[in-house]
Write a protein that binds this ligand. Structure first.
Ligand code: EPU
Length: 440
């Protein structure tokens, strides 16, 4: 079933919403439960489609799952992990990037793993070469077959030294989820150190893993023979919180995001303040608001943590269309995450994209043909348009633009937003947005 979503813009969002656990931690913590010999309990789990996809993948591998959706608690019992039917695995082809992270845990539990064709947002090529190199380095044998990728470990998995050429989040998680039960010590250099990774390390430590994180992006893991279950409350979703913050700014409103945490959002909060956004940081959340004074243009580069997250870039670009002057944006994480700007142009925004690295440093996309820099001239009044969601964050950004635009916008493919934004329709309603939906 596909839905068409209509928004009448021009109303300030005003009120309170709650964010729960981070999609990009929860899905990985669910995979980690496979490594334990006893049940695990994960709390603050959002009701998003990515959680349902990972639950299905775990279920077909014999993990018993109980999900209290309203309470946000998942109980995962991996006592009877078993091989899944290829057809059941294949049914998940194209649905998510998470299956690639099942490799290490399944190799430890079953001695083999079958990975379907992966999905995830089309924001670049999104290869899996780092993942496969990591697995080979532990001693796994990777065989690309028609049904997907078939991975075995005939001689077991052994600790190893790995250097990532780029601090990839997924490849770092691949190392962690494989090394914790490998024989011997693993040393990972140039690791990603996103807060979601630190939280995954916390989960694994609760299970009995030995992991130390140095200040120079080095992670050392001493393999252990047995891991237990865990009880953990996921860190809150800083991407969702940042997205609602931008929505407050663009609609000239005020949104209290209950559950938003200051520390993992520190870089975002600095940028939000430089743009001219108002905030009140409280123990139980953060209120984001438009202070009534003109917003300011900025120069910004996305980067791995502790830099400005690529996932905040798309919502922020919409806010920059309302800032006074010329903003420069350099996307250095994904080569193709600015395609969403053309539809903003249809809504009245002035955004020009460039192949060159604009705004200071050069990045690994500098000599390529990818439009990965943008110049945003503002402020421009936005007007309603007919737009199609390109990817998860781009889709929410269109929603923000529609909420700030004059007139009615029609957004197609809205269901993609359910992958990462829990109950966004209810939240929009609570904040006073005017929208209606047709399903067919
Ligand atoms: N890369 C490779 N080879 C690989 C893996 C990655 O070249 O084998 C490249 C990617 O193409 C990209 C860069 O390395 O240019 C960084 O990718 P990374 O591996 O860090 O990303 P990921 O693990 O696939 C996660 C999040 C993304 C988030 C990025 C960066 C999940 C499920 N996804 O992706 O979140 O943008 O880290 O922080 O955790 C989203 O939530 O909408 C989303 C896309």
């Amino acid at each position: 079933m596909s839905s068409t979503f209509h928004v009448r813009g021009g109303r300030p969002l005003d009120g309170e919403i709650t964010v729960r656990g981070a999609k990009n931690l929860v899905s990985k913590a669910m995979v980690a439960a496979l490594l334990g010999e006893d049940p695990s309990v994960l709390r603050s789990v959002p009701d998003i489609s990515d959680v349902r996809i990972v639950s299905n993948l775990l279920s077909i591998h014999g993990v018993k799952i109980e999900h209290d959706v309203a309470g946000g608690t998942l109980q995962l019992d991996p006592s009877n992990v078993e091989r899944a039917h290829v057809a059941d695995i294949d049914a998940h082809a194209g649905s998510s990037r998470i299956p690639i992270l099942f490799c290490g845990p399944l190799l430890h539990r079953l001695g083999e793993a079958i990975i379907p064709d992966l999905g995830g947002c089309r924001i670049g090529d999104r290869p899996i070469n780092y993942h496969l190199d990591v697995l080979r380095s532990f001693g796994a044998v990777v065989d690309k077959r028609e049904m997907g990728i078939y991975i075995t470990a005939p001689n077991g998995l052994r600790g190893t030294k790995i250097h990532l050429e780029y601090p990839s989040v997924g490849a770092t998680e691949q190392v962690l989820l494989t090394a914790v039960r490998a024989q011997g010590v693993t040393e990972l250099t140039n690791a990603a150190v996103e807060p979601e990774i630190e939280d995954l390390i916390a989960v694994l430590q609760k299970m009995g893993a030995l992991i130390s994180l140095q200040t120079d992006r080095t992670i050392t893991i001493e393999g252990v023979d047995r891991l237990s279950g865990y009880e953990h409350t996921a860190l809150s979703d800083r991407i969702e919180a940042g997205s609602w913050a931008c929505a407050a700014l663009v609609t000239k409103g005020s949104v209290f995001v209950r559950g938003a945490e200051q520390k993992p959002m520190a870089t975002f909060l600095n940028v939000f303040r430089k743009v001219g956004g108002g905030m009140e940081i409280r123990e139980d959340g953060i209120r984001f608001f438009h202070p009534g004074t003109p917003l300011k243009a900025i120069a910004l580069e996305t980067d791995v943590h502790p830099g400005f997250m690529t996932d905040w870039q798309q919502p922020l670009v919409v806010a920059l269309t309302q800032a006074d002057g010329i903003s420069i944006l350099h996307e250095t994480v994904y080569e193709n995450r600015l395609g969403f700007t053309s539809a903003l142009g249809d809504m009245g925004a002035h955004i020009q994209v460039y192949r060159e690295c604009l705004g200071g440093s050069s990045c690994r996309f500098g000599r390529s043909n990818y439009n990965h820099s943008a110049v945003v001239s503002g402020p421009t009044a936005l007007h309603g348009a007919d737009i199609t969601v390109p990817d998860l964050r781009g889709g929410f950004s269109y929603l923000i633009a529609a909420l700030g635009a004059e007139g009615v916008s029609t957004i197609r493919g809205i269901d993609l937003i359910d992958r990462g934004y829990e109950s966004f329709r209810d939240k929009l309603g609570a904040l006073g947005a005017e929208f209606w939906e047709e399903s067919r």
